[in-house]
Design a protein around this ligand. Structure first.
Ligand code: FRU
Length: 526
C-alpha cells in the first residue's frame, strides 16, 4: 500500500467495514482454537482466530506483560480495528483476554501505547493505586469515505483493574487532527527531565513530539524527519527510547524507531531507526546513514514495552511478523499473522556508528527442551542434522559459530530446512557478496503474492573470519540474529508439507563449524 489511506479505501469498497463497529462488550478472543493448525506458530503469539496486525499498548504492570494488538475478530483480513489483548508472566506463554477496546462513534481504534500513570497525573487512578492509560489513534472511517482529511485524532482510555476492563475518556479526542490524514500511532513515555509525558507521533513523512502534564492536554514540541532517513513510504508506529551505549549506564543515547511502509530494504514494510539526543523537547539525529532494526521482510510495527522495572532495566520490543505487501493473503487458516519473539534491544558503538542490536529475551530459555551439541567439524557440502535431532525438528533454536579459513574466499554457507516435496529454505552468509540472506524462492506456497518469493539480503562485510548465527525457527517463520544481534532478519514461509529436515551446508568452499548447540523448543500452547 502506498499509504494506509489507499489501503483503507480498497477495503471500504470490499464492504468489510462497520460490521463490528458496535461495541457489544462481550466478544472475547477466546475460541476453540487448538493452535495445532498448519502454519500455526508454536513459540510465537498469534490470535486464536481473526486478523491481527501491529502490537499495541505493550506495558508491564504488577507482574504481567500486556500485549494489545490491532485486531479484527470477524474476519482474517484487515477490517474495523479493535485492540485485542493477551497477558503473560514470562513473555513466552500468553493468556488470551477479552477485547480491550472497540471501535466507537469517533472511529476505529488504531495503534498506540499504554502507560502506568504512577503519579496519577491523569486523575484516573487513586493514591497508591495507579491507573493504566492507553493512548491510541481514533480513525474516522466515515470521514475518510467522505474524502475528509481530518480523520485521525488521539484518544485515551483507562483501566483500574489491571487492564481487565477499559473506560474511554469522556472528552476524547485529547489531540485533534491538524487536518493531515496521516496522524497516528502515539507512543507515550514519561520524560524524567521535564517531568512530562512525551508523545511520539507518526505524521506522514515525519514524527511530531507532543508533551503533556496529564495525558489529557497535549502541546506540540517539535518535529523530526522530513528529508532525513528512508522515505519510500509513510512513517508509522514510532518509538523513542533511551539506551546505554555498550552497556555503560553513564553513556546513554536516544533511539528513535520509525516504521515505514512501503520502502523497506527488501520491499514493503520495515523498521528503521535513528540514534541521537533528545532533550525533552526535540530529537537531534546523530546517525549518518539509514539504519534498519531488521532487514528481513517480516518485521514491522516494532515498538517497546513501557514500565519495565528499573531492577530489570531491559528494553524489550515486539514486532508484527508480516508485511503489508501480502499480510492479507498469506495462506493461514482461521487466523492471520503472528508477533515476533520479544527481543532485548541494546546499543553498541562501533567504527563511529551506533548500532541497535536485538536478541530474543532470555525467557526463551524456558522453552528449551532436548539439547544437542554439534561437534566441531569442517562442512564440505552438507551436514545432516535431522538424524541427530528428534522429530519433529521444529520449533528449534540454534546457536552456531562458524569460521572461514582465509583460503576459502568464496564460501556461501548456512542452514537449510527441507521437506520430502523438495521444498527448502536457506538461511546463510555469502562471503563473496558480503551479505546474510534468507532464500525462500523454493520454500513452498508463494503464489498468493508476487512479492513473497525471493532472496532477501542484509549486507555485512566480515571484519574477521568468524560468523555467528542465532536462530529461532518456528513452523512458519525464522528469526536470524547474527553477529551478536547486529544483523537481524525475520521471514515467514509456508511449505506445502512441514519442514522435516535440517542440514548445514557450504557451497563454493568449505566452512568450519566451531561450535553448535541446538535446542528443540516446547510449544507455548501445550
Ligand atoms: C501499521 C498501521 C498503523 C495503523 C494500523 C492500522 O501497520 O498502518 O499505522 O495505526 O496499522 O491497523
Amino acid at each position: 500500500m502506498k499509504t494506509l489511506s489507499f489501503f483503507l479505501l480498497v477495503l471500504v469498497s470490499g464492504s468489510l467495514l462497520f460490521s463490528s463497529c458496535k461495541s457489544t462488550g462481550t466478544k472475547t478472543t477466546e475460541s476453540p482454537a487448538q493452535y495445532a493448525e498448519q502454519y500455526r506458530p508454536q513459540v510465537h503469539f498469534s490470535p486464536p482466530t481473526g486478523w491481527m496486525n501491529d502490537p499495541n499498548g505493550m506495558v508491564f504492570f504488577e507482574g504481567e506483560y500486556h500485549l494489545f494488538y490491532q485486531y479484527y475478530p470477524d474476519s482474517t483480513v484487515w477490517g474495523p480495528m479493535h485492540w485485542g489483548h493477551a497477558i503473560s508472566t514470562d513473555l513466552m506463554h500468553w493468556e488470551n483476554l477479552p477485547i480491550a477496546l472497540y471501535p466507537d462513534s469517533l472511529g476505529l481504534i488504531f495503534s498506540g501505547s499504554a502507560v502506568v500513570d504512577a503519579n496519577n497525573t491523569s486523575g484516573f487512578g487513586k493514591e497508591g493505586k495507579p491507573a493504566m492509560v492507553a493512548i491510541f489513534t481514533l480513525h474516522d472511517m466515515v470521514g475518510q469515505k467522505a474524502g475528509k482529511k481530518d480523520i485521525e485524532s488521539q484518544g485515551i482510555a483507562y483501566s483500574t483493574d489491571k487492564g481487565r476492563t477499559w473506560t474511554k475518556y469522556e472528552n476524547n479526542p485529547v489531540l485533534k487532527s491538524p487536518g493531515t490524514p496521516d496522524f497516528r500511532d502515539p507512543k507515550v513515555s514519561w520524560n524524567v527531565e521535564t517531568k512530562k509525558w512525551i508523545m511520539t507521533l507518526a505524521v506522514g513523512d515525519h514524527v511530531s513530539f507532543y508533551s503533556s502534564p496529564n495525558l489529557k492536554e497535549w502541546t506540540l514540541e517539535s518535529e523530526f524527519g522530513k528529508g532525513i532517513g528512508a522515505h519510500g513510504g509513510v512513517w508509522e508506529c514510532p518509538d523513542l527510547l533511551q539506551l546505554p551505549v555498550n552497556g555503560k549506564a553513564d553513556q546513554k543515547k536516544w533511539v528513535l524507531i520509525v516504521n515505514i511502509n512501503p520502502g523497506g530494504p527488501n520491499g514493503g514494510s520495515a523498521t528503521q531507526y535513528f540514534v541521537g539526543e533528545f532533550d525533552g523537547h526535540k530529537f537531534t539525529n546523530k546517525s549518518t546513514e539509514i539504519q534498519w532494526a531488521d532487514q528481513g521482510k517480516d518485521n514491522y510495527a516494532t515498538v517497546t514495552f513501557s514500565n519495565i522495572p528499573e531492577t530489570d532495566g531491559r528494553c524489550i520490543s515486539i514486532g508484527w511478523m508480516s508485511n503489508w505487501q501480502y499480510a492479507n493473503v498469506v495462506p493461514t487458516g482461521v487466523w492471520r499473522s503472528a508477533m515476533t519473539l520479544p527481543r532485548e534491544l541494546k546499543l553498541v558503538s562501533e567504527n563511529n556508528k551506533y548500532i541497535l542490536t536485538s536478541e530474543p529475551v532470555k525467557e526463551l530459555q524456558v522453552l528449551r527442551d532436548r539439547k544437542t551439541d554439534l561437534k566441531s567439524e569442517v562442512i564440505k557440502d552438507k551436514l545432516e542434522l535431522d538424524r541427530q535431532l528428534s522429530n519433529p525438528v521444529l520449533p528449534v533454536e540454534m546457536d552456531l559459530k562458524f569460521s572461514l579459513p582465509a583460503t576459502e574466499a568464496s564460501s556461501d554457507f548456512g542452514i537449510e530446512l527441507y521437506n520430502s516435496k523438495g521444498e527448502n529454505l536457506l538461511i546463510g552468509y555469502d562471503k563473496t557478496k558480503g551479505e546474510f540472506y534468507v532464500n525462500r524462492t523454493n520454500a513452498g506456497n508463494s503464489n498468493f503474492s508476487k512479492d513473497f518469493s525471493g532472496i532477501h539480503i542484509s549486507p555485512f562485510i566480515l571484519n574477521g573470519s568468524t560468523v555467528d548465527m542465532h536462530l529461532v525457527i518456528d513452523d512458519a517463520s525464522v528469526e536470524l540474529f547474527a553477529m551478536n544481534g547486529k544483523i537481524v532478519m525475520t521471514e515467514i514461509f509456508f511449505p506445502t508439507e512441514g519442514f522435516s529436515g535440517i542440514r548445514l551446508f557450504s557451497k563454493n568452499g568449505n566452512v568450519q563449524l566451531d561450535s553448535g548447540v541446538v535446542y528443540k523448543l516446547n510449544s507455548i500452547w501445550k
